[in-house]
Ligand binder design. Sequence first.
Ligand code: SF4
Ligand code: SF4
Length: 435
Amino acid sequence: MRVMAQMSMVMNLDKCIGCHTCSVTCKQAWTNRTGVEYVWFNNVETRPGQGYPRTYQDQEKWQGGWVRTRRGRLRLRAGNRLKNLLTIFSSPKMPSLQQYYEPWTYDYETLTSAPAQQDTPVARPKSLISGKDMRISWSANWDDDLGGGPRLVADDPILAKLEKDVLLSFESTFMFYLPRICEHCLNPSCAASCPSGAVYKRAEDGIVLVDQDGCKGWRKCVTGCPYKKIYFNHRTGKAEKCTFCFPRIEVGLPTVCSETCVGRLRYIGLVLYDADRVLDAASVEDEHDLLEAQRQVFLDPNDPEVVREAERAGIPRDWVEAAQRSPIHALINRFRVALPLHPEYRTMPMVWYIPPLSPVVDAVSSTGVDAEDPRNLFAAIDTLRIPVEYLAELFTAGDTAPVTAVLQRLAAMRSYMRDINLGRDPDASIPASVG
Ligand code: SF4
Ligand code: SF4
């Protein structure tokens, strides 16, 4: 066992209201500079939607992340450090500026100068870059306004894959928000694809950073990151990324996004993991086993043997105690309610998500039964407003069983807490039924 410590985050998606406070405060703190105007270290995506940058999930196109070879090894789609060194002058596969963000405004002229007519004039959105009509274009969170219509189904790769006709009807539309930062992966493909070796993972807390002096601006890391969470600064010619607010973390402060989150949905903390298990876990054959394999990499910080090995590895005692106090291990391994984003990229991401349970009411209200009772939810899990298949494509490489288990556990917790808050005896059979 080789114990290492890692900073990580769990976000509870049921609580995100899409207010973008996290994105704006992060931008004010870190990317309010020339050359990175288009950059959002923290962004909040509309789901369903194309994501930011647009279509980033299509790794055939962008060549991000790792693939498992037939011999059971991991290979970078983008090419490893040596290959990229030999091909440093070939173009990296990068989204265009428009795919990151197309700032827009309204054509207010039509409001003020339209002649008197029967209908109220409408201010149409237009691009600030090209001036073109944005109704046929795209911008961040543009998907909100598409309301689950046919175009959204065609644009969202997951919806298109699921081919659910039912999603086309307005009664069945759904949406939720997905806040994203760099995953500070245990097996970061950005670092492995950098020809200059400028991207590195800090040994003490696993935060992934770019050495600004070492970066030569090849941008192979942008290609290599499957989450497209490393960016090119057009002014300095260097790569930049989320730093997990390390200058704040080092003095005991939370990240800016966590501190300012209106929904209080971001849990941050240290986890201990076995570094010897990372590559084996990342290269398991079946994509559906990646979730459990990554869970197995994390170590119980209260296990005396883990504590001993952590001390032997030079991890300070107060860090181990911080890991014991942190909710991260409990959310991932004990309560098993948190899931990683796109584990099939095999980078072992360290930002995990509690998937959205709501609205469950919709699923069972027509029966007249208590929609908050998890036993009803169990019966209606296939008819949840947010399809389990959609969540599974995001968090478990398409395997619906772990997502269903998480939703059932969340419903049981909600029911339990409701009973407590109402001064009733909780139904003991509910926790037992979900494990
Ligand atoms: Fe690197 Fe972050 Fe991308 Fe992971 S998510 S590959 S750590 S930039
Ligand atoms: Fe969601 Fe919190 Fe960001 Fe608001 S501040 S968008 S609630 S993650």
